[in-house]
Design a protein around this ligand. Structure first.
Ligand SMILES: [Zn+2]
Length: 516
């Protein structure tokens, strides 16, 4: 079977064909690109007695060890650890290949040299957003930038963009995937895209001024920032009648947040604006978009690009690959990356509907899809609610509770030490903006009940703020990313709690969880 089908007919192939072509492509990628030019993977394959030919089916991926964020973190012994994952081509190996010789004869040596440069020389980077750790840079070659554009173009198609639309990209201007995925995707798709750089570059007012001039059909950005921008637009009585789609990335997107954004769009004059999410992360060097549902229909899941990478859903405890349709942790292996390459990357993200291959019920495309909600293991935090032991609290659930709650807009959860004493127990303070006339006592009671029902804990205090105070608390226009969960516990000495899997902020902007 022609391996190019995976690219030329990426949205039309049945499951068995996808799996067979992905296996062939992975084997070829390992043999021609990864093993010859990645010292780390050459060594790792040798240690495990593996070669490219060990991969006879996608199930054989199980034989390759996982990678995770820990493998990429620097240490005093390894100050530049991520460099181990960079492909460094050996010119002699490339020159000896029959295909190279043939191309040099037909096209000339100079042209072949330029093609190799474009394929392997790093010229661009994005990085993770780590606050507790150094950001980890991922390098792109021209080949990767072409794939970033290709992924972005497809993402725009999936999300229903049309060339005559006007888009505004509100992601923060930074070496983060979300901003650049949107930029390169817009250029590859051929649609007008104004990138504001987000709140820190132009401020909320600057974004609003541009928005009222451009009258965008689509706005793309992080949910918390877009919420603030649209809320302020409503306060200023702006009209955005053309707005028909809000595309979210950089954070996960609880259903309640979708509903609140759609309501705000309605108040701005938009008729049935829909809200779609995207998912992506630095290590994949691309993002995927959700197929919008019509009206009250649920969205059709994140549509994947079978020629650019393989997703597995695994049991996070045993590491075993789960069958289609099962919830589990997402693991990603690229199929065409150059520059920085990480195989079988454990994202720490959980999908509750799993990976499926049936044609999309919304658009009919046949691509592998991730269905359901995505949550983060990094948002499970250890809290010391008494002096004896820590309790694990899943902030993913709290986020859903708060975004779903009626009568409140922006919110922030603050973890702190009682009396700011590092030896004291932890406290949870909820800051909220009340959006209507409900009595504070009743809202406090309702919120406490919701918390206890979902998580068995409740905030120690609930503090009410107006919209301006919430903007300040969340750092709108000051921080690259708005802060919904802040950890103000100063750890010291004996009371230092064990490290959670990773700080929530570490994965923030990556998720176009992302992008676009
Ligand atoms: Zn679809």
């Amino acid at each position: 079977m022609n391996p190019k089908l995976l690219t030329t007919r990426w949205q039309e192939l049945p499951e068995q064909v996808i799996r067979r072509l992905q296996t062939e492509k992975l084997r070829h990628y390992l043999r021609q690109v990864v093993l010859p030019f990645s010292a780390r993977y050459r060594e790792l394959f040798q240690q495990h007695g593996l070669s490219a030919d060990s991969i006879r089916s996608l199930e054989d991926l199980q034989r390759l060890p996982f990678s995770s964020k820990t493998d990429l973190l620097n240490s005093p012994e390894h100050p530049q650890r991520v460099r181990d994952f960079l492909l460094i081509p050996d010119p002699n190996v490339l020159a000896r290949r029959p295909a190279t010789v043939l191309r040099a004869l037909c096209q000339g040596r100079g042209r072949v040299r330029r093609q190799f440069e474009a394929e392997y020389r790093p010229i661009f980077m994005t990085s993770t957003t780590g606050r507790s750790t150094d950001p980890i840079p991922f390098l792109f070659t021209q080949h990767d930038i072409d794939n970033l554009g290709r992924a972005g173009k497809r993402l725009f198609e999936i999300c229903g963009a049309q060339r005559e639309m006007r888009l505004m990209n509100l992601f923060p201007y930074a070496p983060h995937l979300a901003f650049w995925q949107t930029h390169y995707g817009g250029a590859a798709f051929g649609v007008f895209t104004a990138s504001t750089g987000g709140g820190k570059v132009m401020g909320t007012d600057g974004n609003l001024r541009l928005m009222s001039k451009i009258k965008p059909d689509v706005i793309i950005g992080m949910p918390t920032f877009i919420y603030h921008v649209l809320h302020q637009a409503v306060e200023q009585e702006l009209r955005l009648e053309n707005l028909r789609r809000i595309v979210l990335g950089g954070e996960k997107v609880p259903d309640g947040m979708r509903r609140k954004l759609a309501q705000l769009a309605g108040k701005l004059g938009a008729v049935e604006a829909d809200v779609v999410a995207t998912y992506g992360f630095t290590e994949a060097k691309m993002a995927w978009g959700e197929c919008p549902g019509a009206g009250d229909e649920a969205p059709g899941g994140y549509h994947l690009y079978p020629d650019l990478g393989i997703f597995e859903v695994i049991n996070p405890k045993t590491g075993e690959i789960l069958p289609p349709g099962h919830s589990g942790e997402l693991v990603f292996t690229p199929l065409d990356a150059r520059g920085t390459v990480v195989l079988r990357y454990r994202t720490g993200d959980f999908i509750d509907g799993g990976l499926v291959y049936e044609p999309c019920p919304r658009c009919g495309r046949k691509t592998p899809r991730l269905v359901g909600n995505i949550s983060r293991s990094s948002e499970v935090k250890e809290m010391r609610l008494d002096k004896i032991k820590g309790t694990l609290v899943d902030f993913n659930q709290l986020e859903h509770v708060l975004d779903d709650a009626e009568h409140i807009g922006a919110w922030q959860l603050e973890l702190r030490k009682r009396n700011d004493d590092p030896l004291e127990i932890d406290e949870l303070v909820l800051h909220v903006h009340k959006t209507d006339g409900i009595r504070e006592e009743k809202l406090v009671r309702d919120l406490n009940n919701c918390f206890v029902a979902k998580t068995e804990i409740h905030p120690n205090r609930i503090v009410f703020h107006d919209a301006d105070e919430m903007r300040e608390l969340q750092g709108v226009g000051v921080q690259l990313k708005e802060q919904k969960i802040v950890d103000n516990r100063k750890m010291s000495g004996a009371d230092k709690a064990p490290e959670p899997p990773a700080a929530a902020s570490d994965r923030a902007s990556e998720s176009m969880e992302v992008a676009v």
